[in-house]
Write a protein that binds this ligand. Sequence first.
Ligand code: NAD
Length: 236
Amino acid sequence: MGKAHALKLSGAGAKVVLADISQQECQLVADEIIKNKGEAIAVKCDVSQKSEIDNLVSEALKKFGKIDILVNNAGIYPFEPFLQMSEDHFKKVIDINLKGYFLMAQAAAKEMVKQKSGAIVNISSIAMGQVGVGFAGLTHYCASKGGITAMSQAMALELAPFGIRVNCIAPGAIDTPGTHTTEMTEEQKAATVAPIPLKRQGRAEEISNAVLFLASDESSYMTGSTMVVDGGWVAG
Ligand SMILES: NC(=O)c1ccc[n+]([C@@H]2O[C@H](COP(=O)([O-])OP(=O)(O)OC[C@H]3O[C@@H](n4cnc5c(N)ncnc54)[C@H](O)[C@@H]3O)[C@@H](O)[C@H]2O)c1
């Protein structure tokens, strides 16, 4: 989904810094943006490592001078039964999905406070709990996504005096490379979309539309919100 968000934001005029554990993957996206006359750089970054986030922020500032928007999107969702889930696997998901968002948002916000403006968009999930949907086999993931939504509300309160807005998006089932890791039979595919009123998976670009909205001044009166983009799954 990160690729779709980067292309969307670049199309709207943003200069983009792409970050991923795979330098090669994000360089390909940066090249595509540059080919389309946009501006972008790609930086290798493991978001669970503070030193790599510090390097990312410093590369962004070196190239573009300031940070107006942060989209926290990196995440993993390895299915694993609760009773067999090891402490290490639980910790790894929390370190990337939750601690990574915290470290990234803190590093970006420290720059945004200087200019007294900024927009942070955290990609949560309908697995976030409360009005969301529970997912068997994803205890660690659900914990991380609930944490992102709660953390974003607290961040929104603390950063509002600095003109920085913090919002979340809770996508439903979106067709991405990450969801293609297991081959599905036609029956399994039908079961996946059965609880979704619109009867299909979402496209990455449909989440990017929400990212652009929350990153832009079009959402200037929104902070601390979570926008559910799920084809009606939660409503059902
Ligand atoms: N696809 C869905 O149905 C869905 C639904 C709800 C929420 N989400 C969330 O959307 C986001 C994107 O999901 P996706 O489906 O595009 O996943 P994906 O697996 O296709 O892409 C995730 C990306 O994160 C990168 N990544 C993994 N670990 C990293 C790390 N430590 N540091 C930096 N980058 C790292 C991967 O290299 C990959 O490029 C995730 O936060 C995910 O939880 C996805």
